[in-house]
Ligand binder design. Sequence first.
Ligand code: UD1
Length: 343
Amino acid sequence: MKNILVTGGLGFIGSHTTVALAEQGFIPIVVDNLSNSELFIKDRIEQILNQAITFYQADCNDYAAMEKIFKEHTIEGVIHFAAYKAVGESVAEPLKYYENNLFSLINLLKIMQQFSVQKLVFSSSCTVYGQTEKLPVDESNAILPAFSPYGNTKQIGEEILQDVVKSQVDLQVISLRYFNPIGAHPSALIGELPRGVPNNLVPYITQTAIGKRPFLNVFGKDYPTPDGTCIRDFIHVCDLAEAHVKALQFLQNQKGSFIDFINVGTGKGNSVLEVIQTFEQVSGKALPYQFAPRRSGDVTAIYADARKAEKILGWKAQRSLADALADAWRWEQAIQNLEPMRF
Ligand code: UD1
């Protein structure tokens, strides 16, 4: 198995996975509609790899455009990242989320069937667990009603995949349930590029530290946790990228039809205040922050039982929270002169 279609391959997780794939001898064929990514990331990926990559600017919802790519290359596996992911926006514009995230998956599954492509890795999220009672959460945990249309697109996506797997004789799927991806490539050539005001914690921290934002709002200080702030499982994006490669390597040896769901996290929970403290240590900068009301839809605490990934994929997170924050900080400093290259 060589040619791997990577949808959303210029995005945050997609770009790091494209690098990891090529480093492991796969040939990534990247498709991205640039709706939340930048074309220069392709050049950066090529700079890291010291080789050219195949890239198509196309939308997964465009069947004809996707079909053309499958005709031009013998695709042997697909990693499907392309999706919208802003929780708040999904509440305001649910149809945009259902349309984009679900139609693109359906299109892709149809095209895969048309071209007899049998291996798929799907980007899912720990959001499918809602606020579980059981921590760390493992994959056998109940899927609770989604907190947002975004979360629901991941739940419905997993259901669609289960039904399609049942209907086919030769389709192998791994759905990776990500916890909180952070950090950047240690080269500081690729990383997270939020448009406008960041929704997520770590880009907000690095933008505050560099002076783009006056202070960080810490949403909630009275959660039932040791320091009163929410707890998450923050995973280095390079570790997450490597989990995708392991998932594909695992799929290479599978036959028949099956689907499995695998958590990708470190297994360790850290509070928002611990993230701030660790960031201050690795950056040597004091981070201005203030407490603000709870953000609606946030769960109190979630972190992974990551043993299944180790058992099935032979994958385990290698990098620490401090490593991830140091890389995120290096990346934030590196992109200060980039604004003209964007949009
Ligand atoms: C959310 C989604 C997750 C999705 C991810 C992608 C939920 C429950 N989780 O993760 O499914 O894949 O976004 O975008 O919807 N925080 C602050 N100040 C800030 C920003 C965040 O205090 O300025 C806090 C939040 O309240 C939260 C923690 O930091 O407690 C992490 O927030 P964030 O980085 O947005 O990730 P999630 O909400 O966990």
